[in-house]
Ligand binder design. Structure first.
Ligand code: 5GP
Length: 233
């Protein structure tokens, strides 16, 4: 009885150590950004030769159900720092159209480095660098958010507005998803510009899961008056 009790406590202690470890996480969030909105917010006045007209990847974030979220995990485990030599020409070629830097002054490589350092390093025990980037691309393609929205007539436009529920339902009823994504907006003259669509996955990056309600301060979850969301061109 006593030894069972000790074993039980050792297991409990081990799991709590794991949970408080900076590199532990509970699920993933794939953040897809609408480039025109991003450019208006972060790079107004600056013009990229061609702003992508499809959702691109902002990041793939290992996350916890409650705060704090893990970040910059290579600070404690230097072996997980970004390794540029792993970014083969093939991988870069695949990433460039779907995970580009949208900031005119920032190269794609700098953007990938920053995302890996802040986020990817925190799931490096499970997903090594190349696999992390490939998984993000795989899911971005598999979801085909652009195609699903188009199917129900939700098309980027300068002034046309859509309701949050129309966008959410378009995504929710797809075969791949069937759960509610997280929408992020930016206020604009009484309307809201759709900024990001975020989809959540289990810790193994296999199953899509319902994103928990985002309780972080300052994030605008597009819960504005109905029919007020613009997906700008
Ligand atoms: P925002 O607060 O504007 O949604 O996000 C700001 C930054 O916080 C993002 O660029 C991202 O790095 C981080 N972030 C936002 N939401 C999450 C989340 O759910 N999990 C993690 N790990 N980071 C997040």
């Amino acid at each position: 009885m006593n030894s069972l009790f000790i074993v039980f406590h050792v297991i409990l202690l081990a799991s709590s150590v794991h949970l408080t470890n900076a590199a532990s996480y509970e699920y993933f969030k794939l953040a897809l950004v609408w480039p025109t909105t991003f450019t208006r917010i972060h790079a107004s006045g600056m013009t990229k030769p061609k702003i992508p007209q499809h959702f691109t990847i902002h990041g793939l974030w290992p996350t916890n159900f409650s705060l704090p979220w893990p970040a910059n995990c290579a600070n404690n485990q230097p072996k997980y720092h970004f390794d540029k030599s792993l970014m083969t020409a093939t991988l870069q070629g695949h990433l460039a159209p779907d995970w580009p830097s949208l900031l005119p002054g920032q190269s794609n490589m700098d953007f990938w480095t920053a995302q890996w350092e802040k986020h990817g390093s925190c799931s490096a025990e499970r997903f090594a660098q190349s696999e992390y980037f490939e998984k993000a691309l795989f899911h971005r393609h598999n979801l085909d958010i652009d195609g699903e929205l188009k199917k129900v007539g939700i098309i980027p436009d300068r002034i046309k507005t859509y309701s949050r529920s129309a966008i959410v339902n378009a995504i929710k009823k797809t075969k791949t998803l069937q759960v509610e994504p997280e929408l992020v907006c930016f206020p604009d003259n009484g309307n809201a510009l759709l900024w990001e669509i975020r989809v959540c996955f289990d810790a193994d990056l296999v199953e899509i899961i319902q994103c928990p309600i985002n309780k972080s301060k300052g994030v605008n979850l597009c819960k504005t008056k109905s029919n007020s969301i613009i997906i700008p061109v």
